[in-house]
Write a new protein. Structure first.
Length: 440
């Protein structure tokens, strides 16, 4: 595994407007700080983050972080650049990599995204394209450089991350069991200094599809994207959350990030990598969905996954943000028509087929194929995760789609019950809400 365990980066000076992964040279221990010509930028070791701009900038960002509604890690200035380590130091092989704080790269899912954990239910579940064998979904850590208002990851969870050695072992064992796809997600995977090495390792052991699910901010510097592709990344999901500047920056709670997201997404599309955009559906973002599809098409994006906001863990109390599925289905129908006219393929996650009506074939269940999820806390099949719809109500009895429809998420039934599904099925409602919506 010389491509992953013996790599160390060449030193690259920080600049005022870009971020980049440096070239890789000879093996060496991880330094505590980069020796740059004049910038004074530090490497992101021991929790310092991808800092740029010196102590004054650090103080200002700490102040901004304190002002956020939810506790968040210290964030670096949006215009700063850092040197990112592309190595996998041997010294880090048996302990969690907790030395990387948030900086300019956002998240679904939380990286819009977010893959899910069985016990903790965080973020977005990675989707898989049809036609493959099996996917290993690796949640490298829960840390991120944004503080999305719908993120399910709690401040305590952000401190947990997989060690490099744990990921390497999982890559090898899964491929031996027939897994041929791997997804690196988080949190935000691009804040991991070992990401390039892990991608190389995945390619080296035989994965044919290697996905990076990111908020895309780091890709605003095109060489970062080029290095990932050269390392072996083949598929990219980019979380746009929503497509307008002010709503986007209000949602991610970090000013000055919209342009980086747009540039990063554009670079992935321009490179011919056919990115998938992850779009979160909440009460405030839902009405803009058809326009978001038009916006994506204008930027060369031809695929998008539509995620219904989840009320678990850190986002459990955001009841007012959860729209009714019948309203979601109405707006989705318009978005599907827009997508069909423009050649943009859309997939719906978390809505049962009976509510999608004529668009039932757009329903996508990530757990329909074999997906194994590795998190800092657990290793499990996606089928058992919190974010995968997994409740069939009595009204589902006799439905022709029951075998391929996962039903409804428990967090949704707690708020709205099963009245919508019962009405669609012509059956009596039997599941009543157990949680009251919070008035705005």
């Amino acid at each position: 595994m010389e491509s992953t365990t013996g790599m160390a980066p060449a030193r690259t000076a920080c600049t005022a407007s870009t971020r980049q992964w440096p070239s890789i040279t000879r093996p060496r221990r991880s330094p505590k700080r980069a020796r740059t010509a004049s910038s004074g930028c530090r490497r992101p070791w021991r929790g310092s983050g991808w800092a740029g701009g010196g102590e004054e900038a650090s103080a200002s960002t700490r102040s901004s972080a304190r002002a956020l509604p939810r506790p968040t890690p210290t964030l670096a200035p949006a215009t700063a650049t850092v040197e990112i380590v592309a190595a996998i130091p041997k010294s880090a092989s048996r302990r969690p990599n907790r030395s990387f704080s948030s900086t300019l790269n956002p998240c679904p899912p939380c990286t819009g995204r977010v893959s899910v954990a069985r016990r903790h239910g965080q973020g977005r579940a990675s989707t898989v394209s049809s036609g493959g064998m099996a996917l290993l979904d690796v949640i490298l850590g829960y840390d991120c450089n944004l503080a999305c208002d719908y993120c399910t990851i709690t401040p305590e969870m952000r401190r947990r991350a997989l060690s490099t050695r744990r990921v390497l072992d999982a890559l090898k064992s899964a491929v031996a069991e027939g897994f041929d796809r791997v997804s690196f997600t988080g949190g935000e995977p691009t804040i991991r200094t070992d990401l390039l090495g892990l991608v190389r390792a995945a390619r080296q052991v035989g994965y044919r599809d290697i996905k990076v699910q990111s908020n895309g901010l780091l890709f605003a510097h095109r060489p970062n994207l080029e290095r990932l592709v050269e390392a072996g990344a083949t598929t990219f999901h980019v979380s746009i959350h929503t497509h307008l500047r002010e709503p986007y920056e209000a949602l991610v709670r970090r000013a000055g990030t919209y342009d980086a997201m747009v540039a990063g997404l554009g670079h992935v599309a321009a490179a011919g990598l056919d990115p998938v955009a992850d779009v979160i559906l909440k009460k405030d973002t839902l009405p803009r969905l058809p326009d978001a599809i038009r916006w994506l098409e204008a930027r060369g994006v031809r695929r998008a996954d539509l995620w219904l906001v989840s009320l678990t863990d850190g986002n459990r109390d955001a009841i007012a943000s959860l729209p009714r599925m019948t309203r979601v289905a109405e707006v989705m129908a318009e978005a599907f028509d827009v997508g069909d006219a423009l050649g943009v393929t859309l997939r719906s996650l978390h809505l049962p087929r009976c509510l999608l009506g004529a668009y039932a074939d757009r329903a996508h269940d990530p757990a329909a194929e074999r997906v194994r999820v590795l998190t800092p806390d657990d290793l499990f099949d996606l089928e058992g995760s919190k974010l995968t719809p997994q409740v069939h109500v009595p009204a589902c009895e006799g439905c022709a789609d029951r075998a391929r429809c996962r039903g409804v998420r428990p967090d949704y039934l707690e708020v709205y019950g099963d009245a919508e599904i019962a009405a669609a099925r012509g059956a009596p409602s039997s599941v009543q809400p157990t949680r009251l919506a919070v008035l705005p």
